[in-house]
Ligand binder design. Structure first.
Ligand code: 5AD
Ligand code: SF4
Length: 454
């Protein structure tokens, strides 16, 4: 049986896309492997959001392709965002590379690689073996939203990602995503509902809906009874028996209206966590970023969600060192972090991306200042996050038990509704169930607890 190794960089959308590709290989009789020496097909799903992520994927593939040929037939492929931005040029970077498939071609990857591998193995020789086959598929695909196929989450998993839309049309000035993920398109609601039902039948308890801007799901559909298509989708999924938890990521302040805030009051399965990118606390920088709203709008949304759901955990993305960011702008970002008291924040140093408006701005910030702001903000974020986690010690939380702890297989690991990881003693709860747990200890970002019997 041939085997495939799939390595994934980047966001949850990429993880889901890799799962879709993996399930197509499994259906075709392949096994999945983590062993680079064993694999007959090696695929890397790439991210282009920051330069570092691209360099990592290029470096990894470069090393893999330079190996002595124990299996000369191995098919090497890049998938995803970096393919969209670099396309054919990747074959110049890595000559041995065979396949480059963009973000609209995940459903084609299996057929392309399988055909190539079989021709190389001599089972169906239709073309002579060449060092690099150089197949590049990065074009648009008509009706793509119907090609976002169901996929199998990893075996035994009680959580799953479900893609509900793809693409982004916001054109933030720093971001490469609109050019790598293309125009916004939403999947039909009935497909999503059917997929979630099937996942629940297979034992999934928690579903995370994915989209570049999830709250713009079905944006061309009419608002019904004051509810957007996205809120109506949440309600339909909430009704599914056996589904215990519902999450979504990531929303955007544009199109985030009262109906979505209210959803936190009457949809108990909607988890008490939202990842809500802020990017900057300065109106001047938000404008340069081409984010068409004032930061006060963002802050008020956070506060009204916390009113609707007092225990809501809020995490965010922040960019430091955007072109022209002054110390005053940076201090406004820091003040916003103090005001919202985020449960965690991913801080990114601005990374110029090709063909974006911000990359051409002439007041780029030097690396030293970016690093200083990154370091300084991280201290604030960590202090607040630790205090918020510490405050949970002594409380009782419902934990979805996901499996053995990654650091100690004798223990179990789960997550609270607020998405905080909790470690409990092994054998005290069943994997795939929701257990009541008293939090006994906290070491910064990890909580420890014990199952309560009453
Ligand atoms: N430089 C740094 N961070 C970026 N992000 C997107 N583009 C860039 C860039 N050019 C960050 C944003 C986004 C997250 C996924 O990546 O904060 O929310
Ligand atoms: Fe990029 Fe902005 Fe779209 Fe998010 S909303 S994917 S940051 S362009």
């Amino acid at each position: 049986m041939p085997s495939v190794l799939i390595k994934t960089y980047g966001c949850q959308m990429n993880e889901r896309d890799s799962e879709q590709v993996a399930s197509m290989f499994l259906a075709g009789g392949y096994t999945l492997t983590q062993d680079e020496k064993e694999a007959d097909v090696i695929l890397i799903n790439t991210c282009a959001v920051r330069e570092k992520a691209e360099l990592k994927a290029l470096g990894k593939m470069g090393l893999l392709c330079a190996r002595p040929a124990a299996k000369p037939w191995v098919v090497y492929g890049f998938m995803g965002c970096m393919c969209q931005s670099r396309a054919q040029s990747l074959f110049r970077d890595i000559e041995r590379l065979d396949v480059v498939t963009g973000t609209r071609h995940y459903h084609n990857v299996y057929a392309i690689c399988n055909r190539l591998l079989r021709s190389r193995l001599g089972m169906n020789i239709t073309e002579p073996l060449r060092r690099g086959a150089h197949i590049c598929e990065v074009g648009e695909v008509e009706g793509f939203q119907n090609e976002i196929r169901d996929h199998l989450p990893p075996a035994g998993s009680c959580t799953a990602f479900v893609s509900i839309m793809q693409g982004c049309e916001m054109r933030c000035s720093y971001c490469i995503v609109p050019s790598t993920r293309g125009a916004e398109c939403s999947r039909p609601a009935q497909d999503i509902i059917r997929e979630v039902r099937e996942l629940v039948d297979r034992g999934v308890k928690e579903v995370t809906l994915l989209g570049q801007i999830v709250n713009r799901y079905g944006k061309d559909e009419p608002v019904v009874d004051g509810k957007s298509a996205f809120v109506r989708l949440l309600e339909s999924l909430h009704d599914i028996d056996g589904l215990e938890r519902l999450r979504f990521t990531s929303p955007h302040p544009i199109g985030f209206r009262e109906d979505l805030v209210n959803a936190y009051t009457y949809l108990p399965k909607l988890c008490s966590h939202i990842h809500f990118p802020m990017q900057s606390g300065s109106d001047r920088i938000l404008q340069l970023m081409r984010r068409p709203y004032k930061n006060e709008k963002y802050l008020r949304l956070c506060e009204s969600m916390r009113e609707a759901r007092p225990d809501l955990a809020i995490t965010t993305d922040i960019i430091v060192g955007f072109p022209g960011e002054t110390d005053e702008d940076y201090q406004e970002t820091k003040a916003a972090v103090e005001r919202i008291q985020f449960d965690n924040a991913f801080i990114f140093q601005y990374s110029p991306r090709r063909d974006t408006v911000a990359a051409a701005m002439n007041n780029q910030i030097c690396l030293r200042v970016k690093e200083e702001r990154n370091h300084d903000l991280l201290e604030t974020v960590n202090r607040i996050a630790t205090a918020r986690n510490m405050a949970l010690v002594g409380t009782e939380q419902s934990i979805l038990v996901e499996g053995p702890s990654k650091t100690n297989p004798d223990r179990l690991q789960g997550r609270t509704s607020q998405n905080k990881p909790v470690i409990i003693p092994g054998g005290t709860a069943q994997v795939g169930t929701i257990a009541p747990v008293r939090i006994t200890e906290c070491t910064g970002f990890t909580l420890y607890g014990e199952v309560t019997t009453d």
